[in-house]
Write a protein that binds this ligand. Sequence first.
Ligand code: ZN
Length: 508
Amino acid sequence: MQTVEKTHPKLQELKTSLLEINNIESAASVLYWDQATYMPPSGAAARGRQMATLHQIAHEKFIDPTIGQLLEDLRDYEASLPAESDAASLIRVSRHEYERAVRVPGNFVTKFSTHRSECYGAWAEARSENNFATVQPYLEKTLELSREMANFFPGYEHIADPLIDEVDYGMKASALRELFAQLRQKLVPIVEAITAQPPADDSCLHQTFSEAQQLAFSLKVIEQLGYDFQRGRQDKTLHPFMTNFSINDVRITTRVYENDLSQALFSTIHETGHAFYEQGINPEYEGTPLATGTSMGLHESQSRLWENMVGRSRGFWHYFYPQLQSTFPTQLADVPLETFYRAINKVGRSLIRTDADEVTYNLHVMIRFDLELQLLEGSLEVRDLPDAWNERYRSDLGIVPPSDDIGVLQDVHWYTATIGGMFQCYTLGNLISAQIFDAALSARPQIPQQIEQGNFTTLHDWLKSQIYQHGRKYTAPELIERVTGSSLSIDPFVCYIENKYGELYQYS
Ligand code: ZN
């Protein structure tokens, strides 16, 4: 859907500058990808310097007044275009990014970046020694810097708003708090009803499965889902992620545990969901700020949609399970499909967010979200954070971490970025995934039957046309409204959980 537009010479100039900046950022991403996959450990210090230099050059080029002048010169042209046109969208999104970037002084960026790497080092040590006290002063400094960062954007309603706005543009702490409170109210009794019953038997997943066969099977699955290997590849890493250097080079990573079949399989499908978004963007947007997912929450919705709504569904395994059984006949030949399906959807009270099931996962996220808001507001002190963390685990999940390394020290986020602005995206992703999947099923009712036959084309094409191709043209709230006909709501997610788990666990 290319809009016919009269181009403006300044727009071409802007695009040329933005492409150059994008080239530098993409080169830094290649360096990061290499660091996380193949680089020998001793290369870390040099790699850190190399990436920092590239980020600094890209930042300086972006905040250069010539970019500001070009955006200024394009104001009348932008106003003359329909807001939905590619050119107006490119100018609008670039201006938004530019105005954010110029507000943060260069010396703050350097100070914060130095502090982040120190804090990360202190966290890694504190976690291995299970000693929160050693990282506490660093985290206090992070809190101070996070407030300073927020205050570069005055006029906010809540101090977390500018931090949330950076990754989930258009979302506010007050609205998220209300949404999450409603969700918690629904989820806690469901978790209680499920955990009052005997747990599902997931021992079939914890036999020995060869790494090579797990990788080969996962690759076969994602190829069938529609991952384009001409424009991507998969490699092994410690903490799986997706990265892209171009619309035509979108890579995924995974980790394999020989005694846990679900790790590689579901992390691969998850990262593939992220990759579909990036591979599906309109090629015309290449090298511009439009060429990425519109928000962290929306990005996460695509990974969760493919991982959970599709990848953990009965229909999906109706098709793939016989192939999995023939890949691992010794381990799975005698395990019925239903036993396997229950194993991959086992619900339990657990301590670790990243291992949590679909039902409890959001409770883990909301604990972190509430605590970070309290820290930013000043109603919680960093030194009291471990106790507050444990208390929330007791009240929300009915389980208390026996030590901080599997409690308040488990996630890297607060120790390597700002406090605030990140965790909401995980729950937003789950909520949005259910709302969008519902819309897909209404528009294309044949999807569930096709999934049972191993055909994912209709779903993939629908998501591409509704979401992926637009990149950042629409904000997340605009896109949700446009695709689903209503604003963000907890109802589709709650309904999905009640239907799926009500049937699995027979509670009412
Ligand atoms: Zn993700």
